[in-house]
Design a protein around this ligand. Structure first.
Ligand code: NI
Length: 138
């Protein structure tokens, strides 16, 4: 483990109160761990802005009865087979499906794939959750 560095910051009282409230509500044991996670979260966002290799999940809620939708979604995933690591599909009810697609690749390509999947007619909701290879977070 690397050396610990202590730092002090100056912020306005109202912002400090909001910070304390967020730390308490998030269930963090202390402010330090909250700050570490906040910084890592920003680092992950920067990885995505810089189009480096990234990891994420695309969640799709869709109506499987929509014309040709299942095969279109499968076709898109095959087309991007190098980026698609795994797919989990759950039949929510008689009509609706939810699919979680774990992806890894250049951030721009993953965003494009997520957009393409989400824009198919019959997809009711799509969400891209960004994460990281973790190589620059340790
Ligand atoms: Ni299904």
């Amino acid at each position: 483990m690397s050396n610990l560095v202590r730092l002090s910051v100056s912020i306005d009282e109202p912002l400090y109160q909001r910070l304390e409230q967020m730390v308490a509500e998030s269930g963090y044991a202390n402010r330090s761990e909250f700050f570490r996670d906040l910084i890592r979260s920003r680092l992950v966002e920067r990885e995505w802005e810089r189009d480096t290799e990234a990891v994420g999940t695309v969640t799709l809620l869709y109506d499987h009865a929509a014309h040709d939708l299942s095969s279109k979604l499968t076709h898109l995933q095959h087309h991007h087979h190098k980026a698609v690591l795994a797919t989990t599909h759950v039949h929510l009810d008689e009509r609706l499906c939810i699919e979680m697609i774990l992806v890894r690749g250049h951030a721009r390509e993953i965003r494009r794939l997520a957009d393409e999947l989400g824009q198919q007619k019959g997809v009711l909701h799509a969400n891209l959750a960004i994460s990281s290879t973790g190589l620059d977070l340790a």
